[in-house]
Design a protein around this ligand. Structure first.
Ligand code: GLU
Length: 568
């Protein structure tokens, strides 16, 4: 077979050679050890926690090493292209402070503004590049056209399934297409028969026999940065590299692009592990050095019903979507900090030793990543969020809350941040109890925070709870009357509490809870029950930070108003 003629027959339009592209996209000049990573999402418009998890690894590796992190849009499967998907990807990651240095980027008006010298960064615009490399493989007799029809392929699959063999085109199943003559190929093409281009695999047999008479398999060894040494049977499939439409498969595009874009580390989900032998063979055949692979673990959760570990699912788990975190108003720092705890087993220890440091100071390594399923747990995220929010100064947290409200709860945006006074009020509220020796940890995410602090705003103030059963309705009114009458906004905390204690004693309640516990028959209740009545009147709920401090923020007028509203 004259492979050069075959290549011309298949790719008459291609005049560029691999050398041309090698020169166009030279090795990057970077410091020793600098890593080039990329994210290669398909533009389906859905970006999930798994993407963020991977992107975070990419970003850390590139930026920690002084390298480059770029965005490549894997849009060869045009059925899945969703308008606005690129904006979603870029803006969702930006929210989490993950920024690309290069690639398929957009300007602030959403117009394409790619940067970098290794583009185009949309695979759909790289057709001629893939075809040039496919042509070169054909010229070397390493790839060939295959005209098998759907019917023929199904018949092969059925035969293989019946014989319990691996499905696919390999070995004897590849012979028919591999042995077509140039004339046969020519006439097929002339009669308009569709065809794909397949890799001519070397197969996975060594040609030797084991002692039991079965053939010996050829193995490949790959050093995965997360999983260590991987040994897998070599590829034996004549995989498709160009589909009948001329569009490359993932396998081929991955190999060509990651080589030409000079990616040093490919971070991707473990679902790609099983096709690794295909990629290794493609790298070999194309004469490229493979990148370092980092196959990340799948995100799992404990199923609420069964208690078993399972994969996070788009259908069952709203928390898989990144929108979930934005809508609820999780602070991006909290989500990132949480992701680091599941990404690197030594992160929590580091955090305990460096409570005040920025997470960017933590040295992220692939070696500390687990290769088993990473367990995702919302409760743990919430716990971490409480700590992270404590480290954010109140005015900054207030701004975050206002931003969140503008986007997701516009009805309260004005109330929270409509003026400097409103902002200062909010900051004061958020700071409440945070500087104590044992700081309060009840702020978790924006929607929860708003709910938690809503009683500070008259429009949202609501009596949510009942007074304690130890206190009669008449007593409750009496308590509030006395409290209001003796209220002095400039009392310090201890003077304030003395007054409540006096009211309690005067009305037949124990001054100390323990007295009441010892002699319940002597009292109606204790001072705690009395102060709960006040708490409910002022805050609408029985659990809250310190009442005195809250009243200081609410101000005298509002405090009295709330008390008076309950005094007939
Ligand atoms: N387009 C692939 C995906 O969305 C990218 C995999 C990779 O990073 O290589 O799964």
């Amino acid at each position: 077979m004259d492979y050069n003629r075959l290549a011309e027959l298949l790719f008459p339009d291609i005049d560029k050679t691999p050398e041309y592209y090698e020169n166009l996209y030279p090795e990057r000049s970077m410091a020793e050890g600098a890593m080039v990573t990329r994210m290669g999402p398909s533009p389906t418009g859905f970006i999930h926690l798994g993407n963020l998890y991977g992107a975070f690894v990419d970003e850390r590796m590139a930026h920690q090493s002084g390298g480059t992190f770029y965005l490549r849009i894997e849009d060869t499967d045009d059925k899945r292209f969703v308008e606005g998907a690129v904006e979603t990807i870029v803006s969702s990651l930006k929210f989490f402070d993950i920024n690309f240095d290069e690639g398929a980027l957009l300007d602030k008006d959403g117009v394409r503004a790619d940067t970098g010298n290794y583009g185009p960064y949309f695979q759909s615009e790289r057709g001629p590049v893939y075809r040039a490399f496919a042509k070169s493989l054909v010229q070397q007799g390493l790839a060939y056209p295959c005209f098998l029809t759907e019917e023929e392929l199904s018949a092969i699959r059925e035969e293989q399934e019946t014989a319990k063999e691996t499905t696919g085109i390999y070995g004897k199943y590849a012979e028919k297409s591999r042995s077509l003559s140039l004339d046969e190929i020519k006439s097929n093409i002339e009669s308009g028969k569709p065809y794909v281009v397949r890799l001519k695999s070397d197969g996975n047999l060594t040609g030797q026999m084991k002692e039991d008479g079965t053939p010996k398999l050829r193995y490949i060894t790959v050093h995965d940065a997360i999983r260590g040494k991987l040994s897998m049977p070599a590829n034996n499939q004549d995989v498709i590299i160009l589909k009948a439409t001329g569009i490359p498969t993932y396998h081929f595009a991955h190999v060509v692009d990651d080589h030409l874009m000079r990616t040093t580390h490919v971070v991707r989900g473990e679902e790609w592990l099983m096709s690794l032998p295909i990629h290794i063979e493609l790298f070999e055949k194309l004469g490229f050095e493979p990148p370092t692979y980092c196959h990340t673990a799948v995100l799992m959760k404990l199923d609420d019903e069964t208690g078993n570990k399972r994969k996070l699912s788009k259908r069952k788990d709203p928390e898989l979507s990144l929108d979930y975190y934005r809508q609820k108003g999780y602070h991006p720092q909290a989500v990132k900090e949480y992701l680091l705890t599941i990404l690197n087993s030594n992160f929590e220890e580091w955090r305990a030793e460096n409570p005040e440091s920025s997470i960017d100071d933590f040295t992220f390594t692939t070696e500390k990543m687990s290769s088993g399923g990473a367990l995702f747990d919302l409760n743990k995220l919430n716990d971490i969020s409480k700590d992270v929010l404590l480290r954010i100064p109140a005015p900054e947290l207030a701004d975050f809350l206002i931003e969140w409200a503008r986007e997701f709860k516009p009805s309260v945006a004005e109330l929270l941040g409509g003026s400097d006074d409103a902002k200062a009020y909010l900051a004061e509220i958020l700071d409440l109890g945070r500087n104590d020796k044992k700081p309060r940890k009840d702020l978790v995410y924006a929607s929860q925070i708003f709910d938690f602090i809503s009683y500070f705003y008259d429009d949202y103030f609501l009596i949510r709870e009942q007074i304690p059963e130890e206190v009669s309705d008449e007593d409750a009114v009496e308590i509030l009357k006395k409290y209001e009458a003796g209220y002095n906004h400039s009392d310090d905390q201890s003077a304030w509490f003395d007054k409540i204690r006096d009211i309690a004693v005067e009305m037949g309640y124990a001054a100390k809870p323990k007295d009441y516990k010892k002699h319940p028959e002597e009292y109606k209740g204790h001072v705690g029950h009395v102060s709960t009545v006040i708490r409910i009147a002022v805050m609408g709920r029985s659990q809250s930070p310190d009442v005195w401090a809250i009243q200081q923020i609410l101000g005298e007028e509002r405090t009295r108003q709330r008390l008076n509203a309950l005094i007939p």
